[in-house]
Design a protein around this ligand. Sequence first.
Ligand code: TYD
Length: 132
Amino acid sequence: MQPRLIEFSQLGDPTTGFMTVAANSALPFCIQRVYWTYSVAEDVIRGHHAHRELEQIIFAVAGTIEFTLESVYGQQTIYHLNRPGLGLYIPRHYWRTIKFSPDAVLMCLASLEYTEEEYIRDYDEFKRLASK
Ligand code: TYD
């Protein structure tokens, strides 16, 4: 599995506003958890970790978010989330760093409930996955 951008459809019109829906039947995994992150100052870089098994879809439901993903083989890709209907699918084993605009709200749909053991926070341990 590779990371990819997913365009979710937008319901509504400019007069009354818009809505975007994420249902399990249309996702690559079943949602077990939703979290959102906000009030992140512009000079802060979050992330600095990968996941052992977790899959996620990330949205900038407000503001803009720059998401850098690195594969275990060192390939880096930068994704710009700049509208609420654009999701970034992230499979397991991608190191990420995340920058927020001051008004940004990140919403994550996740395939597993939270456990700290599921994180890889040591970059050298992450890079060792390449030889497994
Ligand atoms: P983390 O995922 O490291 O944040 P980011 O990727 O945005 O830098 O999470 C920050 C802290 O919050 C960390 O101590 C773990 C905790 N946390 C939970 O307790 N439950 C959760 O569902 C999440 C996502 C994080």
